[in-house]
Ligand binder design. Sequence first.
Ligand SMILES: CC(C)(COP(=O)(O)OP(=O)(O)OC[C@H]1O[C@@H](n2cnc3c(N)ncnc32)[C@H](O)[C@@H]1OP(=O)(O)O)[C@@H](O)C(=O)NCCC(=O)NCCS
Length: 227
Amino acid sequence: MLGAVAFHLASGSPGGAFEVALLHYVMDGLLLDLLGTSIEAGFDPDDVVVAFVSRLVGGRRPMTREGGVVELTPMTAEEFARRREPLVRSYAEAMVVDRGLAPDAALDRATTQLREQLPDGVDSAGALLRTARVGDAEVGWIWVALPGGPAGAHTAWLNNVEVHPGHRRQGYGRRMIQLIEAELAALGVPELGLNVFGSNTGAIHLYHSLGYRVAAQQMTKRISPAG
Ligand SMILES: CC(C)(COP(=O)(O)OP(=O)(O)OC[C@H]1O[C@@H](n2cnc3c(N)ncnc32)[C@H](O)[C@@H]1OP(=O)(O)O)[C@@H](O)C(=O)NCCC(=O)NCCS
């Protein structure tokens, strides 16, 4: 029977024998944490392992769980033009579902808001618009407003993150947010906030797992004269 190191090397694990051995020792610690008394680190073990392996084998750009390296590049004007219409539509649809707005009113409001937030498209002051790629494939995009807007002088705001439907559940959304957080931290921004519609359970899951916590909650109820 193959030893664990030989097995992983034969199956194409990244790194060499030393890295595989080190990973095994680390995994023993993780097992103890999962099965015994946890250190309550507050991180998803999957993410810790992925980041660890990535650093271990010298990768400068950490991998997603699936092994793809996500890169964020500044969004081009052409890419923005392509995304504008679907963004307005999906934002309007969410306002209909979550806030009970009439479809026309929702479309008007979404169009106005986007025009106000990005008056000069990708060149709008205080906006970070990034396209996410894995190799040659465009997998999604992300938009953050730098501090100084309605969120205050110290908080940046995640206005949108989107992974294209064919690329979801591969860890790309998580990685995109981590990359934009790193970009913001390098700029000296201490906090990133966001709004999420209550019906968007997938995104809520993702934000929770990344360490975001509820700071305020909006509640609505359909009411009628009968009570
Ligand atoms: C939300 C979104 C960006 C997530 O991107 P993604 O690449 O699929 O997310 P990830 O693969 O990184 O998911 C990480 C974790 O988030 C959670 N998650 C993501 N999508 C989920 C879903 N549909 N249902 C439940 N949990 C989900 C899971 O915990 C997941 O980890 P797991 O796959 O190990 O279970 C993507 O679904 C999307 O583009 N949705 C439409 C746009 C949108 O709603 N954006 C958010 C605006 S606030």
